[in-house]
Design a binder for this molecule. Structure first.
Ligand code: KIV
Ligand code: ZN
Length: 512
């Protein structure tokens, strides 16, 4: 019988640790629903003890997602573990993931603990967690840079305490595939009772090898769980990318010989959703989900693909969610065609009234733009579900004037706690003027650390998708807005970022 590879998604925990990628509770639930559709085995929903916001997000996901195991990270102490267990109470299947650093550098400089103290704390943590839930994962943080003899002692001890998964992180992305694969193999061979736990890999991408290292951990090391994130989202250079690792194992089934539960047709929608929610744009040449991943520009390639697809294509675009149906929607498209396209794109709406609301926005857009592409629909439904009536700031309308030789001016109407206000300002350009007009009332004092515009479907007829990243009092948030008018998209993105800044949540860092 072929063995299964467990896909553990940590977009909502490790991915969210990426500066600027913080998500609201509702955004996290939306992504969790998409991960459930994707049929990932485990969703690491957050780090419950790190903030009230994270606790609530883990709890919400545990109460609503029923097909995947829901996991919360926790440091190796009773308070964190109890908090994780409490947040996970409503889950069908709950996992507590507890960690403590084991490398000499981390133990001495960060934890200021002796190896014996770390060993004792790891044992106690797993013992306590096992009293609360059946499924306990243990991670020796910075495991790859740890002393192998010490690591074997720690892992042996936590397996004896009941850890069901042993995850070996390359926390700083220092590993090389062959070395990491052999490291996992050595640990599995040397630790008594290693077969009592599932072995897992968790690789960061600082040297661009997170996927290669994870695959080596599977192939050489015998790991049967991979920790990964959608689009490789994560701190610094990110984590192992889910779409790449999953498609590598699927496409090269001949080499890996493993099965997975993932329904790969939902990959693209997940990628778009994470990118739109966080504002982390996917590069066009990104494997699997980049706009060019299946585009054949050279004449020789096009000719080959037309004669036989597998001359230049190793995967089928449809298998990862690129629509085979090239019919673009427009203003004559009806509700049924719209609904069907939503289904093809893997977008599930909660109710008929949500579909109606999305459809009326689709119609508004179709009045202004003759062809509506899949990317437009995904942007539209994404905005639909992240815009709430109860937000502090809501966009109403905007007008702006710019003329060569004159300083651009903008006036904007938006609501503040339900009351309409009008702001007017001048700026270096129409976008600058519009955002200054918002600040006349908002007075946020926030610093803009990123502003980017991306044409959703490539032409000047396209909708512009704008990301604004704001920083205030140590918090970094992203706002995203889409509209055929990029000045309007910018204003929407700015207001969305301000809304996020208003929802305060201070959290403890996992690698703090
Ligand atoms: O990279 C890492 O070490 C982690 C642990 C907390 C598992 O994310
Ligand atoms: Zn990590």
């Amino acid at each position: 019988m072929t063995e299964k590879l467990i896909i553990f998604d940590t977009t909502l925990r490790d991915g969210e640790q990426s500066p600027g990628a913080s998500m609201t509770r509702d955004e996290k639930l939306r992504i969790a629903r998409q991960l459930e559709r994707l049929k990932v085995d485990v969703i690491e929903a957050g780090f419950a003890a790190s903030s009230n916001g994270d606790f609530e997000a883990v709890e919400l996901i545990a109460n609503n997602i029923k097909d995947s195991t829901i996991c919360s990270l926790s440091r190796a102490n009773d308070r964190d573990i109890a908090r994780a267990a409490q947040a996970l109470k409503g889950a069908n299947r709950a996992r507590i993931h507890t960690f403590i650093a084991t490398s000499p550098l981390h133990m001495e400089k960060k934890l200021r603990m002796t190896p014996e103290q770390v060993l004792e704390q790891a044992k106690q943590a797993v013992r306590y967690a096992r009293n609360l839930v059946e499924d306990v994962e243990f991670s020796p943080e910075d495991g790859y840079r740890s002393d192998v003899d010490f690591l074997c002692r720690v892992i042996e001890a936590v397996i004896a305490e009941g850890a069901t998964t042993i995850n070996v992180p390359d926390t700083v992305g220092y590993a090389i595939p062959e070395l990491y694969g052999n490291f996992i193999k050595t640990l599995r061979e040397r630790v008594p009772n290693s077969d009592k736990a599932v072995w897992s890999v968790h690789c960061h991408n600082d040297l661009g090898m997170a996927v290669a290292n994870s695959l080596a951990g599977v192939k050489i090391g015998g790991a049967r769980q991979v920790e990964c994130t959608i689009n490789g989202l994560g701190e610094r250079a990110g984590n192992c990318s889910l779409e790449e690792v999953v498609m590598a194992v699927k496409t090269r089934q001949d080499y890996f010989g493993l099965t997975m539960g993932v329904d790969t047709r939902h990959i693209l929608a997940a990628s778009r959703m994470v990118s739109q929610t966080t504002g982390f744009v996917v590069q066009p040449n990104k494997a699997v989900v980049g706009a060019n991943a299946f585009a054949h520009a050279s004449g020789i390639h096009q000719d080959g693909v037309l004669k036989a697809r597998d001359t230049y294509e190793i995967m089928r675009a449809e298998d990862v969610g690129w629509s085979a149906n090239k019919i673009v929607l427009g203003k004559l498209s009806g509700r049924n065609a719209f609904k069907q396209r939503l289904q093809e794109l893997g977008v599930q709406m909660e109710s008929e009234s949500d579909i109606n609301a999305a459809f009326s926005r689709f119609k508004e857009l179709a009045d202004r733009k003759s062809e509506i592409f899949d990317e437009d629909i995904l942007a539209l439904v994404s905005e639909e579900s992240i815009t709430h009536d109860n937000e502090k700031y809501c966009f109403v309308s905007l007008s702006q004037h710019s003329e060569t030789g004159e300083r651009p001016q903008a006036s904007i109407v938006f609501t503040v706690d339900g009351t309409e206000v009008l702001g007017a300002a001048e700026g270096n350009g129409p976008v600058d003027a519009s955002l200054k007009a918002i600040e006349v009332h908002a007075k946020s004092g926030a610093e803009m650390v990123l502003y980017s515009v991306n044409a959703i479907s490539g032409s000047t007829e396209s909708q512009g998708e704008v990301t604004v990243r704001l920083q205030n009092s140590g918090r970094v948030v992203n706002g995203v807005g889409a509209d055929p008018d990029i000045v309007v998209a910018s204003a929407k993105a700015y207001l969305s970022a301000l809304n996020k800044l208003c929802s305060k949540s201070d959290r403890v860092a996992a690698q703090g």
